[in-house]
Design a protein around this ligand. Structure first.
Ligand code: SF4
Length: 176
C-alpha cells in the first residue's frame, strides 16, 4: 500500500479533489526534506492558486500506515512535518491532514495544533544539532520497529547489544 503510494508519482483529478502522489517537499527553516505519500488539493475559494490549474486549492497531506493508530504521536508529528514543509513551499496555512491506517482501513483526521507544530520544530532542531555534531543517538527499540521502513538502516537490535565500532570491526575481520 505504502509502495503504491510512492510509486505512482502522478496527479489525478476527481471531482473537487486533486491528488498528487510522491510529492517531494522541503523546509529551509526546519532543515528537512522528504516525500509525501499523498497530497490532496481540495478546491476551495479560500485556497491558493496552483500553476496550470483554474480555481483555488487547499493542500491536505495524507500519510499511509500499515498498522493501526498508535499510542504515541509519531505519526501525527510526521504528517505535521509534511504540512510545515508544504506551508513554507506554497506560502499557505494548512490546518488539517489525514493518517490512513491499513489495518483499520480508516482515515484519522489530524489537526495541526500549535502544540503539535512545536513538537515537530523541537525534534527537527534536535536532529539537526545531532547531525552537525556528527552524533548518532542511541535508539530505543520496541514493537514499533517491526513495521518500521527504516529498520534495515537503523538496525536497532545491534545498537542495543554492541557499539557500531565493535560491530564494524567484527564484520570487517570476517571479510578478510
Ligand atoms: S527501527 Fe529505528 S527508526 Fe524505526 S522505529 Fe525502531 S528505533 Fe525508530
Amino acid at each position: 500500500m505504502h509502495k503504491r503510494a510512492h510509486d505512482e508519482t502522478q496527479t489525478e483529478l476527481r471531482g473537487k479533489i486533486l491528488t498528487v502522489r510522491g510529492m517531494k517537499v522541503k523546509s529551509d527553516k526546519l532543515g528537512v526534506v522528504g516525500v509525501c505519500d499523498v497530497v490532496e488539493f481540495h478546491e476551495d475559494t479560500n485556497g491558493i492558486s496552483l500553476n496550470g490549474r483554474n480555481g483555488k486549492w487547499i493542500p491536505r497531506p495524507v500519510e499511509f500506515k500499515h498498522g493501526r493508530p498508535k499510542k504515541g504521536q509519531e505519526d501525527e508529528a510526521q504528517l505535521c512535518g509534511q504540512a510545515l514543509c508544504l506551508e513554507e513551499m506554497l506560502c499557505c496555512d494548512i490546518k488539517i491532514g489525514d493518517l490512513f491506517y491499513g489495518e483499520t482501513h480508516r482515515r484519522v483526521e489530524v489537526e495541526f495544533t500549535e502544540e503539535l507544530r512545536n513538537i515537530v520544530r523541537k525534534a527537527l532542531q534536535e536532529m539537526n544539532q545531532y547531525y552537525k555534531r556528527g552524533y548518532t543517538p542511541k535508539v530505543k527499540p520496541g514493537k514499533k520497529c517491526k513495521n518500521c521502513s527504516l529498520n534495515s538502516i537503523c538496525l536497532p537490535e545491534i545498537q542495543e547489544k554492541e557499539s557500531v565500532n565493535l560491530y564494524l570491526q567484527k564484520h570487517m575481520q570476517g571479510e578478510k
